[in-house]
Write a protein that binds this ligand. Structure first.
Ligand SMILES: NC(=O)c1ccc[n+]([C@@H]2O[C@H](COP(=O)([O-])OP(=O)(O)OC[C@H]3O[C@@H](n4cnc5c(N)ncnc54)[C@H](OP(=O)(O)O)[C@@H]3O)[C@@H](O)[C@H]2O)c1
Length: 328
């Protein structure tokens, strides 16, 4: 198993093809000990990027990752950490659902303190904010970078038009440009990455750090005969997500993936991750796991990616069409 490193878009930063994130798991399912074991298993496999966000477990995810990094004692230059801002941790009019300057300049200091770091590598605008001019957000991200508190900035789930607008504002004013976007990308959710953003890769040099490659675990096949105890679909507070996971039409498609995985001598999880890695516009596929064993299984997707011939890709396409009913 060999980890490859890809440039994050047009930037010079190299990210591992598979990376590791803490959404849902850190703070809800994992305390610091097991969280650290998952990161260690990922790092051991060559992962150099660990994804986080202010809002995950309301700051607790950053605290856990910060403590884990401290205990692991890796050289700071050997790994990349991110955070993301938008929803906020407080209820004031300038503290939630915003990308205004006042919120962003305070948010970065809060994240760095919880992570026990003096800078993050990547900072994302977690969602677009229609109430703040994009120009104000671009200036704030530029100033965060100039202050040495982050190295690169990007967006998450912004429209192609919003990303292009931010990039052009930065270009005209000689500010730090958005380098990467973080969209959902998996066999059920292809439209944005494969169609909407198509022009941005060459025109702007956009890189992608993609999320939920297993559609929250659905693509592992673990929900094919009901909801297993302890799985994400059983978690309190995530009922909205469980509804999306246990859809019979989706499960019927996952069942059709099993023979392809069998032919390639891999698990459905490995096949689904390898399919994401296969897309050259994806800089890194952010994986998630509630146990170190899952990390170990998932990292072996790197061995499966070279087996995805045009014939195999065509078989997968007949099940998970690019457009139509499979899109959420
Ligand atoms: N920017 C955004 O808006 C955004 C949104 C969502 C996520 N993200 C990022 O993307 C990362 C990955 O997203 P995700 O956690 O949704 O990824 P995912 O790969 O779709 O789901 C991961 C979950 O699936 C289950 N799983 C993983 N591997 C498995 C295996 N081999 N066998 C059985 N079950 C397995 C585990 O849940 P259980 O064991 O609990 O069932 C695990 O926590 C997040 O941590 C976060 O960093 C970003």
């Amino acid at each position: 198993m060999e980890m490859n490193y890809r440039r994050l878009g047009r930037s010079g930063l190299k990210v591992s093809e598979l990376s590791f994130g803490s959404w849902v798991t850190y703070g809800n399912q994992l305390s610091e000990g097991p969280a650290r074991e998952c990161m260690a298993a990922a790092y051991e496999a060559g992962v150099n990027f660990f994804d986080n966000a202010e809002v995950y477990a309301r700051g607790q995810s950053e605290r856990i990752m910060g403590a884990a990094l401290k205990a692991l004692g890796w050289r700071r230059e050997s790994y990349i950490v991110s955070t993301k801002f938008f929803w906020g941790l407080n209820d004031g009019p300038n503290e939630r659902n915003t990308l205004n300057r006042k919120y962003l300049m305070a948010a970065i200091d809060g994240s760095l303190s919880r992570l026990q770091l003096d800078h993050v590598d990547l900072v994302f605008c977690h969602r677009p904010d229609p109430d703040t001019p994009i120009e104000e957000t671009v200036w704030a991200m530029h100033d965060i970078i100039r202050a040495g508190k982050a190295h690169y900035w990007g967006t998450s789930e912004w429209s192609a038009a919003e990303i292009a607008s931010a990039w052009q504002i930065a270009e005209r004013a000689h500010l730090a440009k958005p380098v990467m976007e973080q969209p959902q990308y998996n066999l059920f959710h292809r439209q944005r990455v494969e169609v909407e953003y198509a022009r941005l890769y060459d025109d702007l040099g956009l890189g992608l750090t993609t999320w939920s490659p297993l559609a929250s675990g659905l693509l592992t096949g673990k929900y094919n005969s009901g909801v297993p105890a302890g799985s994400r679909a059983t978690l309190k507070g995530y009922e909205w997500l469980a509804e999306r996971i246990v859809e019979p039409a989706k499960i019927a498609k996952v069942r059709q993936l099993l023979p392809i995985a069998r032919d390639l001598d891999c698990t459905p999880a490995q096949l689904s991750l390898a399919w994401c890695v296969k897309n050259p516009h994806v800089s890194t596929v952010i994986t998630g796991a509630s146990r170190p064993e899952q990390v170990v299984e998932n990292m072996k997707a790197l061995d499966v990616a070279p087996k995805l011939t045009p014939e195999i890709m065509a078989r997968i396409d007949t099940i998970f069409a690019l457009t139509g009913a499979t899109e959420e």
